[in-house]
Design a protein around this ligand. Sequence first.
Ligand code: UDP
Length: 388
Amino acid sequence: MATRFLIIGAGFSGAVLAHELSKMGDCIIEVWDERNHIGGNCFTERDEETEIMVHKYGPHIFNTDRKEIWDYVNSFTEFRPYVHRVKAMHNGKVYSLPINLYTLNQLFGQTFTPQTAKEFLERLGDKKIMHPKNFEEQALHFIGEELYRAFFYGYTKKQWGCEPSELPASILKRIPVRFNYDDNYHNNIFTGIPVEGYTVLIQKLLDHPSIHIHLNKKFYSSEDTNEYAHVFYTGPIDAYFNYEFGKLGYRTVRFESSIHEGDFQGVAQMNYCDENIPYTRITEHKHFTPWELHKKSIIFKEFSKETGENDIPYYPKRLKKDKELLAFYRNKANSLKKISFLGRLATYRYMDMHHVIGEAINFSKIFSEAFEVKKTLPIFPNKEIDFI
Ligand code: UDP
């Protein structure tokens, strides 16, 4: 009889896992998702009125330094090169991001060379902070008060709903500082956007006779899963345990969408860094596919807020209290059998798509090898709770 696996969640984690497990041969893989579509927060679809490919849950740009991950996604669907250029609005003026030579010249009214900019930033950085312990200290240590206040303090407070001093330093490490005029938002070797959108990529991953997708199907941990050899859960870990120890902090995002003639802001993403502007950024979706021509434009104003009862969790906050809670949940999960926890929500980490994909490929290898020789099955893909 075919081995039955159950995967909860049809985002990247669930889809990659299903695809990889389908290579095991005689098995049936059920994928459940409570939404009415696959793709999780990477879901894209063409807007009816403008025909623009819309990133329904916010901008997703594929970046990675790992050739094998780039080759993997490209083997399912065509990607076109795309360089993400972000602008920042501060005090009614537009600046270049990430912080680069041009931003420094703009903000300080200078004409720095790479060398003089480096020396200048050295002097700005607060070197009394020897070992930055949080986002704010990290920023003050490396870029100093003025740049921090202009571009990070307000945006971060709006985005995360707390003081940046409560947040991990690792969030800031996502953003580079450059001493040249390179304004590519990402540092990675491979970067692109799938021509047909992310939903098609996920569809192709799931396109296998052994994989059965069930949409609008919510999973309850009280569910009888005895018929499955193993369950892979990619939803929020606290929800799996009915919030027994309390709720993990997540930020969610609300979008205000509107349609305009022509070009709205001339760039895919404009960040609004000041605290007095209620939204964090405006994304203009047609700029994610510069190879397409559209007369109209659709924009999303992005508002960040605490995740309520019926909201979709986006960003794990990972405050001190969240990490303590997470340890309880992980402990409990580690005592269970026939279940694994995988992906951004189940491992409670701020992961990019390439992290999620790489980890799901790796995990399925470890899992299937252990499963075949009846060895202990892995429960989590990561050991540390604060890995990314
Ligand atoms: N950030 C900021 N100002 C900006 C852009 C980013 O303060 O103009 C901070 C903010 O805390 C954000 C983090 O840097 O959460 C990471 O930014 P990134 O653009 O990687 O966020 P994402 O696109 O994942 O929302």
